[in-house]
Design a protein around this ligand. Sequence first.
Ligand code: AMP
Length: 632
Amino acid sequence: MTGYREYHRRSVEQPQEFWAEKAALIDWHRPFEQVLDASRKPFAAWFRGGLTNLCHNAVDRHLPERAQQAALVWESTEVERSRSYSYAELHREVQRMAAILQRHGVQQGDRVLIYMPMIPEAVFGMLACARIGAIHSVVFGGFAAVSLATRIDDAAPKLILSSDAGSRAGRVVPYKPLLDEAIARAAHKPEKVLMVDRGLHAFEPVAGRDLDHAAESAAVGDSQVPCVWVDSTHPSYILYTSGTTGRPKGVQRDTGGYAVALATSMRDIFCGRPGGTYFCSSDIGWVVGHSYIVYGPLIHGMTTVLYEGTPVRPDAGILWRLAERHRAQVMFSSPTAVRVLKKFDASFMRDRDLSSLERLFLAGEPLDEPTASWISEMLGKPVVDNYWQTETGWPILSIAAGVEALPPKAGSPGVAMPGYRVSVLDELSGEPVPAGHKGVLAIDWPLPPGCMQTVWGDDQRFIDTYWSNFASRQAYSTFDWGVADEQGYVTILGRTDDVINVAGHRLGTREIEESISSHPAVAEVAVVGAADEVKGQQAMAFVVARDASRTADAQAREDLQREIMQTVQTQLGAVARPARVLFVSMLPKTRSGKLLRRSIQALCEQRPTGDLTTLEDPAALDQIRKALADQA
Ligand code: AMP
């Protein structure tokens, strides 16, 4: 066996040979003609000419060997239900959903937006789209009408798959009213809305538009819907993510490259065993859910657990009880979830038979050392940090124990994963900085298979956003600061842009600012992320009111604060609601009018504000200081 460094060197120096070998991990209906089409840099087209299908690779391919093995296990502590689907049953359910989609005119290339709680039908919907070559766009159930409307307009779905309601910590969260409002706001109107009625929240179907999933299922019966063979470069899905502007970007993923990358990661990084159980406690609305609840484990012939619930209900032992019950071999969660558990009595975690469990993977936000060692000791298992983004679809940095278990380094997610030519660059020139120096973490062309192909419908935005940040070099910017050591271990030092990370959820401060600005009493606003012990970061909003009387006394301030928080909650969703709204009469800006978010953030975190030579009026910072002191 070669060591990891040699393995990685080959993956980046001979990418064609390396990925041609990995391509054998999945089924191809027709072999590809070209491993990497480099004719349109910085775009990269992997396995051009090859015909394949994601659903075939995730489901049908396993039927000869695994028809009776559990493919999908659904556990809901919200509605106290669980259900297991074998690969044969999953195959049947997915075909049924595909038949419904086809019956209502959904064809290859059409978009289907999925706005669903964590229920099996959401997974059937994703796989059904992949089966017939339709492009899904899953929108996280915690997003509200305005967020949803933006995505409806951008993806222009022919059909939306949704449900009456989700449930969060035992409380019903209606989806249908938000969906109806979003459709009313959107310029694009979907032809059909397919409703899975869970009986949680009564609703009035819209005549001629809304379809009842149960009735449709009965109508199509046990239909057989063959997989549509699509080109490797055919888009499998769009997943929106936040950036510097108020407009989310649709990350577009291909088919063949994604399947090959996931299959590779299942072996090299996650060390998953076909037939074993993979339990990822994320949500299908995020990239982790796409790659490691749905596609990765299934492509690898594992049993995947879909969990509707929180890590602390009915008590803080629930994740480990589920892991025990399903004999999880691999677990995947977030640092925030672990930090939440840390507050509870550890006996919830002990006394569980976790002998099947090999590793716990954590991602989505920086993993602090005390949290990592606490959970690792508690479980008596290795904890593996991994760093990646919606854009890349699978880990950029981690430890590939399936190749060679390099020693972990505290505070670093690890080294570059196969195919990633990672470097730390000077933020302006793009020249590599020496080991031990801070710079922007970048990836040289080509991004490996599985990474984003482009921004949906906007190739230019893909080039301008990701590939145009350095003067001397066309490299992909991760928008994260990093520092590498001599051995190639990279430590992540936070975002270079205005993106914040609350409990592993990526939020654009611009989006939150735009939402707050829509409140009629607001003249100006700045939103920053401030360090938080449990959630990593929390959003803080500093608001200048139009009319001073709205902030004249404590009661008036409290009322306006509540209204502003409610505005964000109804427009964007509870995930985006700022933790605090504080009032000032001016915001710190440069002489050219640019908001000094970083100085505000520094004050929130009680750090020095740094260079303020460009600040227009120092009194603005004093106001921030005072607002913070008053609320303390
Ligand atoms: P998302 O696209 O929502 O997955 O967010 C990606 C961003 O989350 C990255 O650009 C990082 O800023 C942060 N992130 C994800 N995983 C890690 C990690 N393991 N360590 C540090 N930051 C992380």
